[in-house]
Design a protein around this ligand. Structure first.
Ligand code: NAD
Length: 490
């Protein structure tokens, strides 16, 4: 297609050179072997088993990490139960708050260390771990510290009581942030915790355990068990656990729901999503394009609430897609520790295989695939930002969560059609609306079946604002006052 005068070609945009701006890694010391955090100490697994955690950008092993088994789960739950009865439950809320404030401040003080470690272990760009993950994790502890002495004013009854030991299992896409989402409200409410991070990203949870030690948190109040799905399953099934909080795939969420059914354990599930990001013809296009890009390419699309289905009004589809392609061509993919990088590494080979398989199915089913000119590094796990047009609702790429930097574009003509298409999914986690009209935002938001609806923005998080889904995206809320309810017997 001939270029308009003064408009650079996509290849020229992709070729714009930036001098490298690498983040130094000497702020982090990674121990070659890392234990489980039980009863305030780092200890090896009872059977001595370990596994390697790998830098997904280079495939180099970063460290060996202890692999928890049933005996370790028993030890950790016992430590948490003892700390609950003897220390944490009897402690006045205003005293608990001091520990949470302390943890928050230490996260801030050690922010660069956390950010570098997160990018090394997860593959996400340092810009995101530094500017999003770590500040938000600290903000969660600050926020819930404020609630610890005000639980009776949270609107959850006059004397809400903690539940006991919380078993918490988290995924690999926001390892530190998910740990903060789980630990902060649980601790503020007076529960003690056993946290199991994902097997591919255990390191920042272990650094957070070190921060708990540094903050003088009483032993056993927080325990961290590194390991795989078997450790997670043993934790949620443990009879000493009174509350289960899980973030991860819908498939595993269903297994957990079945495992805890009838046990009396309180359960929250934060699962997958396939959000619609809906752009009307009166939307400010540049702003919407930024929102579309942030919605799907932030964190390589490893985001449960990612705007992975773009619904664009037919009359503006061509100009919006044209600008979108030009913007995507400016994204810089590569070294997660380079401060210029927008798109980092895919977290694991298994996840890369899943993204490839689903993307290939999109092509096979007849959608049109596009990626900007973009060189992928030779080592590590990489996938280019990808846009599929000509997608129909029956295509797998319109129905299944890809959990990668892949956008499926569909069009609509009327608001009713947009609602019908947006809701045509088994998930219900998030949605976005881009329009100039406030009345249309309200009309749409009322009809969209999603836990979070953003208007003229996307992927915005705040500890004061509840987050969660329904249908196959799970149930229960994290964040805000609502996030406390999950950890109180109110
Ligand atoms: P996953 O379900 O495979 O694993 C999540 C965690 O569960 C890991 O720690 C894993 O070791 C553990 N686990 C695996 N099998 C288990 C079992 N049988 N019992 C107990 N624990 C078990 O998910 P993932 O691939 O690590 O993460 C990606 C998924 O997480 C995506 O579907 C994404 O949408 C979802 N997610 C949801 C939210 C949300 O808030 N709704 C946030 C982030 C990620």
């Amino acid at each position: 297609m001939p270029q308009k005068q003064g408009t650079p070609a996509l290849q020229d945009i992709a070729d714009w050179a930036y001098a490298p701006a690498p983040q130094a890694t000497d702020v982090v010391r990674i121990a070659p072997e890392n234990g489980l955090f039980i009863g305030g100490e780092f200890v090896p697994a009872a059977d001595g088993r370990q596994f390697a955690t790998v830098n997904p950008a280079t495939e180099e092993p970063l460290a060996q990490v202890a692999e928890a088994g049933q005996a370790d789960v028993d030890r950790a739950v016992a430590a948490a139960a003892a700390a609950y009865e003897q220390v944490w439950r009897p402690m006045p809320g205003r005293e608990r708050a001091k520990y949470l404030y302390r943890i928050a401040r230490i996260i801030q003080e050690r922010a660069r260390e956390f950010a570098v470690l997160e990018s090394l272990d997860n593959g996400k760009p340092i810009r995101e771990s530094r500017d999003v993950d770590v500040p938000l994790a600290a903000a969660h502890f600050f926020y819930y510290a404020g609630w610890a002495d005000k639980l009776e004013y949270a609107g959850l009854g006059p004397a809400p009581q903690p539940l006991g030991v919380a078993g918490q299992v988290i995924p690999w896409n926001f390892p530190l942030l998910m740990a903060a989402w789980k630990l902060a409200p649980a601790l503020a409410a007076g529960n003690t915790c056993v946290l199991k991070p994902a097997e591919t990203t255990p390191l920042t949870a272990l650094l957070l355990a070190e921060v708990c030690q540094q903050a003088g948190l009483p032993p056993g109040v927080v325990n961290v068990l590194t390991g795989d799905g078997a450790a997670g399953a043993a934790l949620v099934a443990h009879p000493g656990v009174r509350k289960v909080a899980f973030t991860g795939s819908t498939e595993v969420g269903k297994e957990i729901a079945a495992a805890v059914a009838g046990t009396g354990k309180k359960l929250t599930l934060e699962l997958g999503g396939k959000a619609a990001n809906i752009v009307f013809d009166d939307a400010p296009v540049d702003q919407a394009v930024e929102g579309i890009v942030g919605g799907i390419f932030f964190n390589q699309g490893h985001v449960c609430c990612a705007g992975s289905r773009l619904l664009v009004q037919e009359s503006v589809a061509e100009p919006v897609l044209d600008r979108l392609r030009r913007r995507v061509a400016t994204l810089r993919l590569g070294d997660p520790l380079d401060k210029n990088t927008d798109v980092g590494a895919i977290n694991s080979r298994a996840q890369l295989d899943k993204i490839r398989e689903l993307s290939d199915s999109g092509q096979e089913e007849g959608a049109e695939r596009w990626s900007p000119p973009c060189e992928l590094p030779e080592r590590g796990f990489w996938f280019p930002p990808t846009i599929f047009t000509g997608v129909s609702q029956s295509h797998r790429i319109a129905r299944e969560e890809i959990f990668g930097p892949v956008l499926s574009v569909l069009t609509f003509r009327t608001p009713e059609e947009a609602v019908a298409k947006a809701n045509n999914t088994p998930y219900g986690l998030s949605a976005g609306i881009w329009t100039d009209k406030g009345s249309r935002i309200l009309w749409m938001a009322k009809r969209l079946r999603a836990g979070v609806v953003w208007a003229n923005t996307f992927n915005k998080f705040d500890p004061a604002s509840p987050f969660g889904g329904y249908r196959e995206s799970g149930y229960g809320r994290e964040g805000g006052r609502h996030g406390l309810a999950a950890y109180l017997d109110a």
